[in-house]
Design a protein around this ligand. Structure first.
Ligand code: GCU
Length: 690
């Protein structure tokens, strides 16, 4: 199959350039100060790089001829690079870009670094060729930057084909099998490579019968998919069922301690690697929401994860084992059980027991991808375990890709959240293992990485809502650099997606998108309490009590006097005590708990005064109404762009905005009316209540 170097060669040729591979030790003709081993030299034209963003819009356009005096030179090495100013150690994904005497030089730590450097130049366009500039080094913070697809082969009568998918069917599967025509996947792979994603899991974490077989009978097809991802530096992973030895192997048990079970997994892994030598590994949802796991055999999650890890280990594979484990059969009458506590209670005691090729994949919050949650305390509690943080690009709880909701600011907050008192160990540092970035990870473990659930399907705009593409883009770029300004990344996306557009396009998109996450939060569940989504409509739209008397462990406890969940140590579930200082004290105390998380940690009267100076009830009334005014203002703003962007894209966004206004209005009216009826406290603003 094709390699990353082949892809760089292809991309270079498409832009009118050429690629020369130098022998080890050979000196670059145009950059005599740079010496290395195993060099790859890429030469492309300046005009071509400038035009490449436009070329996305018109891929059939003929490439520009190279300009001999204005060359882009990119160099990859697979070892150390010696530059004029001394030794320069490069990790494989790293690149250095410099500009001197009309020449832009990009040096990659390996072929993948070269690929990322090439995309960096494409992103910069003309700016990569300005005045002479000293070398700039860039490297991804997280070594693994993964997207998980919750795609099924079969179409579920209620869920559809992609679980929590809002962009049509799967790009991988159709008609009960892996697609014959995978050209869409090839485009997707290039897209992922261009934003630095390097791992993809291609099937749902809820592994159903048909999909379980990808691990065995389906391997040849998985190999076809892996062949398409490989040239873009992306390794392929599978979600696997813990019950595979029973379901696929016909064994009587899946017990991790059973030698036959161990042998079954080892043989399965051998077959996978014989077919796909650079296979990434497994993603596993075990003992979670009905999925099989080690509990059935009296074993714990370390036993379960290590079973799979030992099968993958000889081949260099990794197990991403999910920490999303809780009791989904809870009695709503039982107020002492707290779902938020579950991941910590299950996993923190296992710290130090996971093999080195296990990464524990932890959702960013303790509940489930809500619009607002505190950071999962598991992230701070397992210094001897490799951890990855899991985000959700698909908009399950954030408007189903019908609502504009730019999530870059949320993820930026998550990744830069300081876990410890000295504020040097933020989430990004924890999952990165990069010494010196913002602190070092504890111990000598390799890093875990950043993962997220994809929002892509076979929709013509890829993501249903065309503006939801910005979330995919921002996810990749933040996994690369968590300190990047999310609004700056949005601006980058706008520039690349609408090249050369009228300036009003950029302005309007910022108006709609910059604060859209906070606007969404302001018309939905208030002050961190979560949910209030409609179970009957797959978590879309308001239903304040939709989960209140259910088994799912997500309650708001609103009564006539107050609302919120008491998670304090003093009088509540004790969840706040799972955090290290200073967070346990910050959240425990009403005086210091941030407004936006108030109802996550405390049950308070409606008349409780927030730090903002308003009462809880008036906050609920005001912000819901104000937020809908904001959304309404987006309709004419977007309407004014008709003719300035592609007509079909314009129409699709306009149609979704109409739905967003309708849905946000429903949220506003239901929540304002519900809380008036519950509390009897009138709305001081006098706006309508029903
Ligand atoms: C949520 C989501 C499920 C998904 C689960 C998970 O509960 O609604 O569809 O399977 O998260 O992350 O495993």
């Amino acid at each position: 199959g094709a390699t990353v170097v082949d892809e760089v060669r292809r991309a270079t040729a498409a832009h009118g350039g050429s690629l020369t591979v130098l022998a080890p030790g050979e000196v670059l003709p145009d950059a005599a100060s740079v010496r290395s081993h195993d060099l790859v030299l890429l030469v492309a034209s300046r005009a071509a790089a400038r035009d490449s963003a436009a070329a996305r819009q018109a891929p059939e356009r003929a490439p520009q001829p190279p300009h001999p005096n204005d060359a882009l030179v990119a160099v990859a090495t697979d070892g150390a690079l010696v530059a004029a100013d001394g030794a320069l150690g490069l990790s494989p994904d790293m690149f250095v870009r410099a500009h001197a005497d009309g020449t832009t030089v990009v040096v990659g730590g390996a072929a993948t670094g070269l690929l990322y450097g090439l995309h960096d130049v494409v992103r910069l366009g003309e700016d990569a060729f300005g005045d002479d500039a000293p070398p700039v080094r860039d490297l991804p913070v997280a070594p693994v930057r993964m997207l998980d697809h919750w795609d099924n082969i079969d179409v579920h009568p209620v869920m559809g084909q992609v679980e929590r998918g809002y962009a049509g069917g799967s790009i991988f599967y159709a008609d009960g099998r892996v697609r014959e025509d995978l050209s869409r996947v090839a485009d997707y792979a290039r897209l992922l490579g261009s934003i630095g994603i390097n791992a993809v899991a291609i099937n749902n974490v809820n592994v159903h019968r048909t999909e379980a077989r990808l691990l065995t009978d389906g391997l040849a097809d998985v190999a076809r998919v892996a062949d398409l991802f490989r040239p873009h530096g992306v390794r392929t992973y599978l979600s696997v069922s813990f019950a595979s030895p029973v379901v696929l192997g016909g064994l009587p048990t899946s017990d991790p301690a059973d030698p036959d079970v161990q042998a079954w997994w080892a043989a399965a892994a051998d077959r996978v690697y014989a077919t796909i030598p650079d296979f990434g590994g497994f993603v596993v949802k075990a003992d979670s929401e009905g999925q099989p796991g080690p509990f059935a055999y009296g074993r714990d999650h370390a036993d379960g994860a290590n079973l799979l890890a030992r099968a993958l280990r000889p081949h260099g594979g990794t197990v991403f084992w999910r920490a999303f484990v809780y009791n989904h059969e809870q009695d709503w009458r039982d107020r002492r059980t707290d779902r938020a506590r579950a991941a910590y209670d299950h996993f923190a005691p296992l710290d130090g027991r996971f093999d080195e090729n296990v990464v524990l994949q932890v959702k960013y919050g303790p509940i489930d991808f809500q619009t607002r949650e505190p950071i999962s305390p598991v992230l701070a509690a397992m210094p001897r375990t490799r951890l990855a943080v899991e985000l959700q690009v698909t908009q399950e709880y954030t408007g189903h890709q019908k609502h504009v909701c730019y999530l870059g600011p949320l993820w930026s907050q998550v990744l830069t959240f300081p876990l410890a008192e000295d504020a040097t160990r933020d989430v990004a540092a924890l999952v990165s293992g990069l010494p010196g970035r913002r602190g070092t990870p504890s111990g000598d473990l390799p890093a875990g990485g950043v993962t997220a659930v994809s929002n892509v399907g076979d929709d013509e705009f890829w993501t249903g809502h065309p503006l939801a593409q910005a979330n995919l883009y921002a996810y990749g770029r933040l996994a690369w650099d968590p300190e990047a300004d999310p609004i700056g990344l949005l601006d980058e996306w706008i520039g690349l997606t609408f090249p050369g557009a009228d300036p009003r396009v950029r302005e309007t998109l910022h108006t709609l998108m910059d604060g859209s996450w906070l606007t969404y939060e302001a018309y939905t569940a208030p002050l961190g309490v979560g949910f209030m989504v409609d179970p009957g409509r797959m978590h879309y739209g308001p239903n304040v009590d939709g989960y209140e008397y259910s088994k799912w462990g997500t309650y708001h406890f609103a009564d006539r006097d107050g609302i919120g969940v008491d998670r304090t140590v003093a009088t509540g579930t004790g969840y706040a005590g799972q955090y290290p200082s200073p967070w346990r004290e910050t959240y425990e105390d009403l005086a210091t708990c941030p407004d936006e998380l108030l109802l996550f940690f405390h049950h308070v009267p409606y008349t409780h005064v927030l730090h903002s100076g308003t009462t809880v009830i008036q906050h609920i009334y005001d912000t819901r109404a104000d937020a809908v005014d904001v959304v309404e203002s987006w309709v004419p703003a977007w309407g004014a762009l008709r003719g300035l962007v592609d007509d079909r894209l314009h129409a699709r966004v306009a149609e979704r905005l109409t739905e967003q206004v309708r849905s946000a209005t429903e949220w506003r009216d239901q929540l304002r009316s519900y809380f008036f009826r519950k509390s009897g406290v009138p709305d001081a603003s006098g706006r309508p209540i029903y």
